[in-house]
Write a protein of this length. Structure first.
Length: 133
């Protein structure tokens, strides 16, 4: 996680209370994980100006999971993150089947979850990951 700009730290235990959750706790979405579309399906569909890769592929290569919406909100209870950036989060299959994906950010003192086409990418949108140990 550190090699791509993340700052892993613990944010608590998993639901069973058995494993520690290590999560990216960098103030903004890690710099080397930005400008990516959501997954390889979206990457292949983007014919014009495709990004260099996808969030799901890079997370898999790194051996981490994409944050769920619940874990993203848990992270935001610990501190204030993504004040200038946003982070892709795990998108349920029902949303992916319709071509969409989800991302979160903190603005105006609160956390928001938004949707976008999975093939979209922005220089200020990256992703945060986690592992359980």
């Amino acid at each position: 996680m550190e090699e791509s700009g993340g700052e892993p730290d613990t944010i608590g235990f998993d639901e069973a209370g058995e494993k520690l959750i290590f999560c990216d706790c960098s103030k903004e979405s890690p710099t080397d994980r930005r400008s990516l579309c959501y997954d390889d399906e979206a990457l292949q569909k983007r014919k014009k100006n495709p990004p260099t890769g996808s969030v799901e592929r890079l997370a898999k290569e790194m051996g981490i999971e994409l944050l769920t919406e619940d874990l993203y909100y848990r992270l935001q209870q610990i501190g204030e993150y993504d004040l200038k950036t946003s982070s892709w989060i795990h998108a349920p299959e029902s949303i992916r089947k319709k071509g969409g994906a989800l991302f979160c950010e903190r603005r105006y003192g609160r956390v928001f979850t938004f949707h976008n086409g999975a093939d979209s990418y922005y220089s200020s949108r990256g992703f945060r990951g986690y592992i359980c140990v």
